[in-house]
Design a protein around this ligand. Sequence first.
Ligand code: SF4
Length: 199
Amino acid sequence: MSEKQPTVTQATLVKKAAPKSDYKPADVSPQRRVQRTFAVRLWSIRHSRLLEWFYSRFADVFLLLHPLWKGIGYGRVEAPVKFVEKRVKGFMFDCRMCGQCILSSTGMSCPMNCPKQLRNGPCGGVRANGNCEVEPDMPCVWVKAWEGSRNMVHGDNILKVQKPVDQSLRETSAWLRVTAQAAAARETSNNQQNTGASA
Ligand code: SF4
């Protein structure tokens, strides 16, 4: 009777190949990296259409609350809003708080999880199985972004060219920024309409 061979996992291979050293920098263990699962992130991408719908309603509610944010002061509400945003989006999308969210243009796949932080599509190193060349056990963020975008009503937004990341916006609330921008645009359009009506 043949004995069952032990399974050789990617984690075992990475551990074997890792150079032997007493210095183990925190949080960059190749072993730990391959043991990560991306289950919630992948769930969000699979349900991108539902989340697109939800996000749109959520943005409306936030915009409705603009007078409240303005009354208290955007600067004052930023800390608690950011606290919630970081945790919710961190759980759902592995958000890195770049502060300039483009999830609705990337199939709900956060491009900041790409080890090269590419914001306009994949590099040339996607593996044949659709995984990342830097993190072999992670599905390529951009392969998943394309899949997610195909489920969405406004999925073709993925074709828009994104600006480079503005690093000065890191660790700021994208929710508040989008709300303030939408409120300003609404005010401008109302003013223009009023000027047109009174002319
Ligand atoms: S694009 Fe930026 S704000 Fe949006 S989920 Fe990714 S890191 Fe977070």
